[in-house]
Design a protein around this ligand. Structure first.
Ligand SMILES: Nc1nc2c(ncn2[C@@H]2O[C@H](COP(=O)(O)OP(=O)(O)O)[C@@H](O)[C@H]2O)c(=O)[nH]1
Ligand SMILES: [Mg+2]
Length: 1013
């Protein structure tokens, strides 16, 4: 090469090279001469390849290609590779293969404490599941097999008031069938093994698995247990039991459990009797058509605490049972219910803390077995309750206490209570030898060590031996709770929204395991790492297996609208027993199943159906009908703003886990959680902070939801024009009669009925004109909101056909207005909007949704504001139990919170007073603590949302001056609530009607009118 061809900087300055531009782009940084020849040959070879296609006999072409390849090889060997392009080490991909993800990270970009590959995290929010399945008195295969026979299965929800002993009752059943070290000597079927030793676990509360439940000593979530238990005749039944929380805030869990069950086992404290929680459970069961059986628990309290003589204890027990009967009869449709009475077999007596539960029949069998009597236990049992007396000398039963037989005693007292009292007295009072002598004839043998126990534990041991396993309870469930097979027809009618003649509906009515698959999902439980949920469902028909593909229909599913449908594969199926899960390959209709891998699209409840059901026949199981409303709300916000996505995903999980929790975003951007009460929200915040989001979260003070309503008919006929001025709607607002809103809420009247039926409902119940009932267009907000829109235009004045063409748009405008009222953006309630006139544009294009929807909304607002608008607030029902000495203190506390007492009387047969009161929810926060403080912890209260009540005062009254930091009272309250709510939501203080009326003349009329008023 010639040096003259290059300048002093090494740039080429020689004669022009042929086709250099083409070469440079092809050959890259290779030295020029080589590049040239390479480039040429590249071009040639391409040409040649083209040629080759055309002429197949190309020996020359082949040669040419060979030459080109050898040249290229030479090039790559002689090529100079720059320093930075040299490869000294293999790439990670070459070493580990393409399947391995390789991350290269700066070592100090991540703190030392943080592992590069984080381990899978299990969060400690519940008692660890057992590693192995615990030993049970039956083989697990037997349980699974038995679940395949629906007539041998009972699905039960155990419910009642707080602390009446539901969890303890379930413990009795678990203890009778499971190996449990603390109870090993006491439990009749105990096979303790070394691995079952769980030293730091408390003996009680098998179904209270959450850490929070154990810390607070109260059940918060409904938990299922499935087990096999036998009745007095030794016949085995598979029981699916749901232990529900008793706190009134968690009524949603009770309702969800009842969805799964066919019968309610009501647990009532023998001393406290019927309380708020009991009433609510009964009401929900009667509404859902569940059979009811009763367990009168804590019978020991009558003996140990109240020290009632046996004859009085009988009256107290009878009173408690009658109270429950009265509570059932009080419910709508409760009068036709079967009475509860021990001789009918639907009442059991229990002392769950002492490990026993008996029915009259199981007690009678104890007599028959011990004394070898020749009577049938059932016959004896029939004579053990009511006004039946036993004459010890004549050894006969009598209906009346005969003359001269003064010592004849009531049979229940003689045969049941007196022996029970005797055992209590002997165990507590006698020393070891004397006690041995008493227990021997009863066939009770205790170990030496047992006699050294304290009185309570010894009593428990003795009583557990005396009563044995709770066979009476199983008798009761078998006889008085319908099997899934018997309950299926009525349950299908009640729950299924689809046609009753489809293959799926027919299979559900027959509880047919061979039919199409339908599973009603009512509850979701988080996995140990809280990353996903398992869903618990009841198999209504068909057979579900792990690995099966299914369709998951959400609550929003409607036929013909495939919005809320997802396909999923069942990753696992289990029988759920609170502390362990029995994996199963599949389960058939009638039982409960826990499923994995299908929760992705589920909000609260869902229906899982097989993929073989034709799309046209798909339908869902009705969403839960919750008896309460979530009225307490808190605003939440992450402390570190960037953690918002974490909080949002946490909120989604909260929605899954709490049936009544609602989360939403206000217009101001605040995230709001709505719940039923303080404990409910407290648990939600705990779960959000510690389980689902794991971040610091700020919360604002709790406030309540409001409703907006009207108190008069609109003072003027207001009208509104559409934005293009071609349409005009005239609507007036007026209050609905008392009771209609509640009826709509409860579903007593539905717009899905034929118009004639709706008309008859309003005519019969509220004296409406038949036509008025039939002209109802919509309820709102939503399908069953407590407001009504009706079309009352006259055919002579309004073009009805044209009006009908815009019906959808007007309805949407109404729905929008009803969802966000003009006072403070809260939903409306108990308001009726009557369309009195409409002049609509001729051309359809001028009366589209864009014109009509906003117009309808504005007219709804203006008619609402001219009809004396009022604010409504939620009012809580409060039930307080306190000793007589504390009653005046209770009154003081209630008085300071705008409360008023509706009932105040001593509780029969107990030293307590029962006070019932109504307190506005906004003033009820902190009530419990306040009461405890004032009564030195002796008063106990529960409160829950009861109804909506109008707040005194005019919310539009601008003459009210709000003083900062000073509570408003009396007539200023409504204004105070409205303004504070508006400020919180980022709205202006001005609620003037001018915004909603276009016509200046009309505006003046309205303003004049309002000033006069
Ligand atoms: N005296 C007595 N106490 C009981 C009995 N059953 C349960 N308890 C106690 O009542 C409290 C509440 O019981 P628990 O089963 O958690 O009530 P739940 O809220 O209905 O589940 C616990 O402290 C139990 O020890 C009983 O039969 N007699
Ligand atoms: Mg409990």
């Amino acid at each position: 090469m010639d040096d003259l061809n290059y300048d002093e900087f090494g740039n080429y300055i020689g004669p022009e090279l042929a086709s250099s531009s083409e070469d440079e782009s092809d050959a890259g940084p290779a030295p020029q001469p080589a590049a040239r020849s390479g480039g040429d040959s590249d071009g040639d070879s391409a040409d040649e390849a083209n040629k080759e296609d055309e002429e197949p006999d190309g020996g020359e072409a082949e040669d040419g290609r060979l030459i080109a390849m050898t040249r290229r090889l030479e090039v790559s060997q002689t090529q100079i590779v720059l320093h930075e392009d040299k490869q000294y080490y293999p790439e990670a991909e070459d070493v580990f293969g393409p399947d391995v993800e390789v991350l290269v990270q700066e070592e100090d970009a991540q703190p030392l404490t943080e592992p590069i590959v984080a381990p899978v995290k299990t969060r400690k929010f519940q008692v660890a599941e057992e590693d192995d399945l615990p030993d049970t008195s039956y083989a697990k295969e037997f349980l699974v097999d038995l679940l395949g026979y629906p007539e041998m299965v009972r699905n039960i929800a155990v419910a009642g008031h707080l602390h009446h002993g539901k969890t303890a009752l379930v413990d009795v059943l678990v203890a009778a069938t499971h190996a449990w070290p603390e109870w090993d000597q006491a439990a009749p079927v105990a096979t303790p093994t070394a691995k079952m030793q769980r030293p730091n676990q408390k003996a009680f509360g098998y179904t209270d698995v959450l850490q929070l439940e154990r810390q607070r000593g109260v059940s918060l979530k409904a938990m299922p247990v499935s087990l096999v238990a036998h009745n007095t005749r030794g016949k085995s039944y598979a029981l699916n039991i749901m232990d529900t929380p008793g706190h009134v805030n968690f009524v949603d869990e009770v309702v969800a459990s009842m969805r799964m069950a066919d019968g309610l086992v009501l647990v009532v404290d023998a001393v406290e009797g019927v309380m708020a929680g009991t009433e609510r459970a009964v009401r929900a069961a009667v509404r859902d058509g569940l059979s009811i059986a009763l367990v009168v628990n804590k019978v020991d309290r009558l003996i140990i605490e109240l020290k009632l003589p046996p004859a009085d204890a009988y009256y107290k027990l009878k009173l408690t049972i009658e109270e429950v009967n009265a509570a059932i009869a009080d419910c709508p449709g409760g009068k036709e219910r079967a009475r509860l009475s021990p001789e009918l077999g639907n009442v059991c007596f229990a002392s769950a803390a002492f490990g026993w539960c008996f029915s009259l029949e199981s007690f009678a069998r104890r007599y028959v077995d011990t004394w070898g009597m020749s009577v049938q236990p059932r016959e004896l049992a029939r004579r053990l309750w009511g006004d039946v007396y036993y004459h010890p000398e004549r050894r006969t039963f009598m209906r009346k206490r005969a003359e001269g037989a003064r010592d004849a005693r009531r049979s229940f007292v003689h045969f049941v209570l007196e022996p029970l009292y005797k055992i209590f007295a002997q165990v507590v009072g006698e020393d070891e030898p004397a006690l041995r002598a008493v227990l021997e004839p009863l066939g009770i043998k205790l170990r030496k060590a047992d006699y050294a126990l304290d009185a309570r534990s010894l009593l428990r041991r003795v009583l557990c031996h005396f009563f044995g396993p709770p066979t009476g309870f199983v008798d009761m469930c078998a006889a008085h709770v319908q099997s899934p097979l018997d309950a299926a027809p009525a349950a299908t009618e009640r729950l299924y929204t689809g046609q009753m003649d489809t293959a799926a509906a027919v299979a559900m009515r027959g509880c047919d395991a061979d039919g199409p698959l339908v599973v009603a999902v009512a509850k979701q439980y988080p996995s140990p790492d809280a990353s996903q949920f398992y869903v618990l469902g009841r198999i209504l028909s068909g057979h579900i297996a792990a690995g099966q593909s299914v369709r998951v229909l959400g609550e929003g599913f409607a036929p013909g609208d495939d919005e809320d449908v997802a396909l999923a594969t069942v990753s696992g199926a289990w029988i759920y027993c609170s502390r362990y899960r029995i994996p199963v390959s599949g389960l058939g209709a009638g039982g409960w199943v826990l499923l994995g891998g299908v929760d992705g699209s589920i909000g609260k409840t869902a229906t899982i159906v097989g993929t073989d059901i034709p799309e046209a026949e798909l339908a869902i199981v009705r969403p839960l009908q919750l008896p309460s409303e979530s009225v307490v709300k808190i605003a939440v916000e992450p402390v570190v703003p960037t953690e918002l996505p974490k909080m949002l995903s946490g909120l989604r999980k909260i929605g899954k886990s709490y049936p009544l929790a609602q989360t939403r975003v206000e217009e101001s951007g605040e995230h709001i959680i709505l719940g039923t009460g303080e404990l409910y929200l407290d648990c939600i915040m705990h779960d959000l902070r510690c389980i689902y989001a794991e971040i610091e979260i700020k919360i604002a003070d709790p406030v309540v939801a409001f409703r907006e309503t009207v108190s008069e008919t609109s003072s003027v006929m207001v009208y509104g024009n559409s934005p293009n001025g071609k349409n005009r709607l005239t609507i007036i607002a007026e209050p609905l009669e008392r009771g209609i809103a509640e009826d709509i809420d409860a579903g007593s009247v539905q717009l899905s009925w034929p118009a004639r039926q709706v008309g008859q409902f309003f005519e019969a119940n509220y004296g409406w004109d038949v036509l008025a009932g039939r002209s109802i267009w919509a309820f709102g907000p939503g399908e069953s909101g407590p407001n009504i829109l009706s079309d009352e235009t006259l055919p002579g004045e309004t073009d009805k056909a044209r009006l009908r063409s815009v019906r959808d748009s007007i309805q949407q405008g109404f729905q929008w207005a009803a969802r966000e009222g003009p006072l403070c953006d809260e939903p409306m309630r108990s308001t009726r909007f009557r369309i009195l006139g409409a002049s609509l544009a001729e051309a359809a294009i001028h009366r589209g949704g864009g014109q009509i929807i906003p117009a309808a909304r504005r007219v709804c607002y203006s008619s609402f504001l001219t009809a004396e608008p009022r604010l409504m607030e939620p009012v809580n029902f409060v039930e307080i139990q306190a000793p007589a000495a504390c009653v005046s203190a209770v009154y003081t506390v209630l008085g300071r919170r705008r409360g008023h007492v509706t009932h105040d009387a001593p509780k029969a047969g107990s030293p307590m007073y029962m006070i019932k009161a109504l307190v506005p929810a906004i003033d009820a926060s902190g009530l419990e603590t306040d009461l405890r403080t004032y009564t030195h912890g002796q008063a106990f209260c529960q409160h829950y949302f009861d109804h909506w009540q109008t707040v005194p005062g005019d919310p539009l009254d601008t003459s009210v001056a709000l003083q900062p930091l000073e509570p408003s009272s009396g007539q200023q309250l409504a204004r105070d609530f409205v303004l504070k709510t508006r400020r919180r939501k980022g709205l202006s203080d001005d609620i003037s009607i001018d915004k909603f009326i276009d016509d200046p003349a009309l505006r003046d009329i309205v303003r004049d009118y309002q000033q006069q008023a």
